[in-house]
Structure formats: structure tokens, C-alpha cells
Design a binder for this molecule. Sequence first.
Ligand SMILES: CC(=O)SCCNC(=O)CCNC(=O)[C@H](O)C(C)(C)COP(=O)(O)OP(=O)(O)OC[C@H]1O[C@@H](n2cnc3c(N)ncnc32)[C@H](O)[C@@H]1OP(=O)(O)O
Length: 166
Amino acid sequence: MSSIFDASLLAPHVPQDIPENLKVRPLAKDDFSKGYLELLGQLTAVGDLDQEAFEKRFEAMRVSVPNYHIVVIEDINSQKVVGSASLVVEMKFIHGAGSRGRVEDVVVSSEMRRQKLGAVLLKTLVSLGKSLGVYKMSLECVPDLLPFYSQFGFKDDCNFMTQRFQ
Ligand SMILES: CC(=O)SCCNC(=O)CCNC(=O)[C@H](O)C(C)(C)COP(=O)(O)OP(=O)(O)OC[C@H]1O[C@@H](n2cnc3c(N)ncnc32)[C@H](O)[C@@H]1OP(=O)(O)O
């Protein structure tokens, strides 16, 4: 299968008012050749990942539970991935064996920013997360982005601690 998760699961959650040249869909295996890793490189260091390593990781994510709901926006004209965001669903014993949603790796290509593509990605993930029944969704971001995420229902309600090994 070439999609990281079932596209029919996504369809009802994608806003209708997006430009015709843009397609919102799950990450696909051939997005390696559509600039996906270069796009992620605008978010953080990606490292030296060749096509084989990309496809190996893609396959591991695709078959794993919880699922990696990686949503991308493709510009059909240029055949480039111009936006991406992930909803990772983490299973718990707490909350009645509930699941928590984590929003990760939100990025829009630099030349496409401030055109509401980030908003499309966040609206899609929040709607998808609700439909999957997560009891909460969370994300980590720099203070400058609090106004961006607050538009989609997120509230700044706790401290975030981290320890880096690489
Ligand atoms: C959980 C995480 O992944 S955190 C990491 C977030 N990603 C990054 O920092 C990577 C670099 N940045 C980006 O890729 C983009 O700037 C994003 C994803 C943060 C925003 O994407 P965009 O497509 O530009 O946002 P979009 O156009 O949908 O913005 C909608 C509104 O959000 C607000 N907004 C957007 N970006 C910002 C920002 N950087 N700071 C404050 N408010 C913002 C504005 O109100 C904007 O509306 P306006 O342009 O009419 O003022």
C-alpha cells in the first residue's frame, strides 16, 4: 500500500475551501521524490536519509499501532509536497483505556506560508483526532507559535521538559 494510512479515513476531515491545485492526503511512499524530506528540513535536521531508508521507515510507521496519521499537502502543478503535519495516536490504560493524540512535525514550505495551509493541516488533524476518539490532543511549540495553535483550540496549560541525547 502506498499511503501511510487509509485515505478514506481522512477525506471527511479535509476543509472544502482549498485551492484546486492543492491536494490534502496521507503521506505516500513516492513522496520521497516529491520533496518531502526537503520540506521537513525546513522544520529541523533530517539527516542523511536515502530512498531505501525512507521507505523502510515509512513501512514501519504504516504497519505500526498506534498509527502515524501523517497528512501532507501536495501542489499538483509542481508535484511537490508543500505542507505536512502528523497526528500520532498513543494508546493508554488511563482514561478507560483511552488514546491520546499528539500533533507533531507541522511545517509549510517557506514560499507557501501565510496562505492558510497551516490552518488547513491543523483543522484536518483536530477533526480527525476527534473522530478517532482521542481524549486529548497536545503539541509542543515555541512561545511565538502559541497564537497560531490557539486558533485551533489548543491552550497553553503546562510546562514542557525535555532531555536531548542527539
Ligand atoms: C507541533 C510543531 O510541529 S511546532 C513546529 C511548527 N513549525 C515550524 O515552526 C516550521 C516553520 N513554520 C511553518 O512551517 C509555518 O510558519 C507554520 C506551520 C507555523 C504556519 O503555517 P502557515 O501556512 O504559514 O500558517 P497559516 O497561513 O495557516 O496561518 C494562519 C494564521 O495563523 C497565524 N500565524 C501563522 N504563522 C504564525 C506565526 N509564525 N506566528 C504567529 N501567528 C502565526 C496568523 O494569524 C495567520 O493568519 P494571517 O496570515 O492572516 O495573519
